[in-house]
Design a protein around this ligand. Structure first.
Ligand code: MN
Length: 298
């Protein structure tokens, strides 16, 4: 394109989820969403044992979908819908919170080795955010041959391939496993974020490595990139989300009152979030003092 929009690179900040340090690419002070994507935690690689893994005890969510995608290792997902689902690399867990759901993420009791992955949240629009909770597991996802590697379509459509995963707004999420130089096709009405998990990518006049977010405003039809080091990266995109969201702890909402109600429901266990069949301890909500999306989110 004659005058392509510039790539913005920001540094992720470190946070602690369970006992695992993550690199949080989203949200940021100046960049809350990319499309409806509102949270991106790159976790690991971290060594786990049969008994000890991510081990995040039962906690609630509202108004968002969680996307779990692993590069290495495995995890056991349990939720208040009664789901018990093992997840391994190449598979997608997609949990829809709607009005409320609770889940835990545990060691599987058999895996020993390295654990690495990304957990993403998608803000639900007004039309579905008060609706029922749901869970999907996709064992196989469509792949596109990029010549220098593959694109796996987690959510939405990319280069003619469409993921079966539910999405409530127009959205795309693609795992890139690439080595070399290529041009990615983009949808000009979408804004995009790129999170490098392994390796490095040179693009748009910058170099992206793990621990950074690359952001592109709408207006590009394509993006040339050079990947080295056996790159794995997530390309996230969508039309700018047009609802003003608020995030606190594990909730996406529209007002402080909604946070207070959700926290009270969780603390009093009034049935809104249901029960999770986990032996891990239930997580307590932090005090509600302003909006601290980064604090304690899991
Ligand atoms: Mn969670």
């Amino acid at each position: 394109m004659a005058n392509p929009v510039a790539l913005e690179i920001t540094e992720s900040h470190e946070a602690l989820v369970g006992e695992v340090t993550v690199r949080r690419a989203l949200p940021r002070h100046d960049r809350r969403t990319i499309g409806a994507w509102c949270f991106a935690d790159h976790m690991g690689p971290v060594a786990v044992t049969e008994e000890r893994g991510l081990d995040i005890g039962p906690h609630p969510h509202t108004g968002l979908q969680t996307v779990t995608w692993l590069l290495e290792g495995e995890e056991l997902h349990r939720d208040s819908l009664g789901t018990e689902q093992l997840i391994q690399p190449g598979q997608l867990n997609l949990m829809t919170a709607g009005n409320g759901v609770a889940h835990a993420e545990e060691a599987t009791g058999r895996y020993q080795g390295s654990l690495q992955g990304i957990q993403l949240w998608i803000a639900q629009p007004e039309a579905t955010r008060h609706g029922p909770a749901a869970f999907e597991h996709h064992r196989e996802l469509p792949q596109v041959d990029l010549g220098i590697g593959e694109a796996t379509v987690l959510v939405g459509s990319y280069a003619g391939a469409t993921s079966p995963a539910r999405h409530d707004t127009e959205l795309v999420g693609v795992d890139l496993s690439v080595q070399g130089s290529t041009t990615l096709e983009l949808e000009p009405s979408f804004e995009y974020g790129l999170v490098v998990l392994v390796g490095a990518v040179e693009l748009g006049g910058g170099r992206l490595t793990p621990g950074h977010l690359g952001y592109l405003a709408p207006g590009r039809a394509e993006l040339g990139l050079l990947a080295d080091g056996g790159t794995r990266a997530l390309l996230l995109g969508g039309p700018p989300f047009d609802e003003k969201i608020m995030m606190w702890w594990n909730f996406v909402a529209r007002s402080r009152l909604e946070f207070e109600e959700a926290a009270r429901s969780w603390e009093t266990d009034d049935g809104r979030f249901g029960q999770v069949g986990s032996t891990l301890a239930r997580l307590a909500s932090p005090p509600l003092q302003g909006e601290h999306p980064q604090r304690g989110a899991s």
